[in-house]
Design a binder for this molecule. Structure first.
Ligand code: HEC
Ligand code: HEC
Ligand code: HEC
Ligand code: HEC
Ligand code: HEC
Length: 367
């Protein structure tokens, strides 16, 4: 599929009609950061030659737009002809148009029907892996995004705010509006007109009005926004009328990717430990056609051969244990790029130790 985004509008067909209402649309696609207009995604599809609706074009249109570049690390741009991975050729994002059944790359149709049902006659789309209507933190623990970097001072007008911390909880977006007398009000649907404002009455947030009673704060001191999740902020300068917009979210996965469970839906053939991977599994001996892959789901030095070393107590940038070279020097330091750091999962090697599904640091030609 080599269509470019310019062809998109011409190819849009059909109007979203009588679609049963579905409550969930999580931040940032909900009304906190956009109008949460159903048509933004449901009309922005392209019809495949076989007549299926490919929703990736809607995703890519927004996700290519510099205006939406709140955080570059989310992987913009997504050009199908340059960013989409063709193994050994090009790309820094997992394929989103390939055939799931692909012997060359050891991929097969996923067993999970929730994933399989979003294939387009066996082809991938963004929605195969992503369920935009839900964003479960349990599907990808450790992958929470806050649109403001924790601890960084942000400026709006002449006001300054630091997002100090966010407790674990549901995805959510906020607009924080400063008012007179060092008070603020909040909204969770700032993308709509008129937005619903919450006022702070008797120590609780209740639906209210713009200009209504706000929550008091002291310059330079932490103050909580609202629970689930509880976000803690600190204003270091405050001018009434200034607003701050930010969100907390998870990558909207369709099923759990704990221990790479999503990856192995389609890549089960590559799941082997060091015994099988080295051809020593009596049930899977080399026969000239079987293929073998790098071991996964095992810790370093699991085979006891001494050519890889257990992780050391030296912590990497994320606070995780570090892999070290044979000379004891940590691997993940030196070039300042986190994208090419090896990521261990509680000390165990997974596919995602070496592969990033998005924003990869290389393809197999360049590295
Ligand atoms: C950010 C993009 C996006 C927005 C905004 C969006 N949807 Fe969806 N929606 C999708 C995608 C992608 C799918 C999966 C497509 C498929 O079913 O093949 C989907 C699926 C659905 C389904 C099918 C049921 C399901 O669980 O898959 C319903 C119903 C639906 N959307 C309703 C809505 C309504 C109502 C709105 C507006 C409140 C809305 N959507 C807004 C992207 C979006
Ligand atoms: C109307 C514009 C729009 C459309 C359409 C859209 N997105 Fe997004 N999406 C955004 C914005 C804006 C963000 C936040 C980006 C940022 O913080 O830099 C985002 C963030 C995300 C995130 C990361 C959430 C997080 O922070 O963890 C995922 C995953 C995502 N989008 C997937 C999709 C998929 C899949 C589709 C198509 C079904 C889609 N988006 C369609 C605007 C859009
Ligand atoms: C093969 C499965 C798969 C496909 C196809 C896929 N994604 Fe993802 N995506 C993931 C996984 C897994 C993550 C979570 C990575 C993590 O845990 O941090 C993710 C994360 C993201 C994020 C959050 C940023 C990040 O780097 O973590 C965005 C935005 C996103 N995807 C958008 C898209 C869009 C847009 C498409 C289609 C053009 C797409 N994805 C296709 C699996 C997929
Ligand atoms: C829905 C099925 C599916 C899922 C889920 C999936 N893959 Fe893939 N993957 C494929 C297919 C199909 C290809 C071959 C694409 C092509 O034809 O170019 C592929 C290719 C790859 C490649 C080769 C280069 C590239 O980036 O395209 C890597 C590496 C890879 N997948 C890793 C992963 C990881 C890591 C995960 C989990 C985050 C994952 N895959 C989840 C189907 C899937
Ligand atoms: C120790 C690091 C490492 C681990 C672990 C790993 N890979 Fe890879 N993988 C690589 C490298 C490096 C390449 C590029 C090889 C090349 O181009 O010759 C690659 C290539 C690939 C390719 C495409 C190239 C091809 O022709 O096969 C796929 C698909 C892939 N890996 C999937 C996976 C999956 C799925 C897992 C987990 C079951 C996994 N990998 C685990 C390092 C790793």
């Amino acid at each position: 599929m080599r269509m470019r985004n310019l062809g998109l509008l011409a190819a849009v067909a059909l109007v979203l009609s009588a679609r049963p209402a579905r409550a969930a649309l999580d931040a940032p696609h909900d009304q906190t950061f956009s109008q949460a207009d159903c048509t933004q995604c449901h009309e922005l599809y392209q019809t495949t030659p076989a007549g299926d609706k490919d929703f990736s074009y809607g995703c890519v249109t927004c996700h290519n737009s510099p205006e939406n570049r709140v955080r570059t690390s989310l992987g913009f741009p997504w050009d199908p002809n340059g960013n989409q991975a063709v193994p050994g050729v090009v790309g820094n994002q997992h394929s989103w148009t390939g055939y799931a059944e692909n012997a060359r790359y050891g991929a097969q149709t996923p067993a999970n029907s929730k994933i399989a049902s979003k294939l387009l006659r066996s082809r991938l789309q963004c929605a195969t892996c992503h369920d935009i209507h839900a964003s479960s933190q349990t599907f990808s623990p450790g992958s929470r995004h806050t649109s403001f970097t924790l601890g960084e001072e942000k400026t709006s007008g002449t006001s300054k705010m630091i997002l100090v911390d966010v407790a674990d909880g549901n995805p959510r977006g906020w607009r924080v509006k400063l008012q007179a007398g060092n008070t603020f009000i909040i909204s969770h649907n700032a993308g709509v007109t008129p937005a619903t404002w919450l006022n702070y009455v008797n120590n609780a947030w209740v639906p209210g009005v713009d200009g209504g009673q706000g929550k008091g704060f002291t310059i330079g001191q932490n103050v909580g926004l609202d629970p689930d999740p509880l976000a803690t902020v600190k204003f270091t300068a405050a001018t009434p009328g200034d607003t701050f917009d930010f969100y907390v979210s998870y990558p909207h996965l369709r099923t759990s990717n704990v221990a790479d469970a999503l990856c192995t839906q389609c890549h089960a053939d590559r799941v082997m430990n060091h015994v099988k991977g080295s051809g020593k599994d009596p049930n899977y001996p080399p026969d000239g056609s079987r293929v073998f892959s790098h071991p996964v789901n095992v810790a370093l030095d699991a085979n006891g051969a001494g050519y890889d070393r257990p992780l050391t107590a030296v912590l990497d940038a994320d606070g995780g244990l570090q892999p070290v070279k044979v000379n004891g020097v940590p691997v993940n330091v030196g070039d300042g790029r986190t994208a090419n750091d090896l990521k261990f999962d509680a000390g165990v090697v997974r596919c995602t130790t070496c592969h990033a599904v998005h924003n990869g640091a290389s393809n197999s030609l360049t590295n």
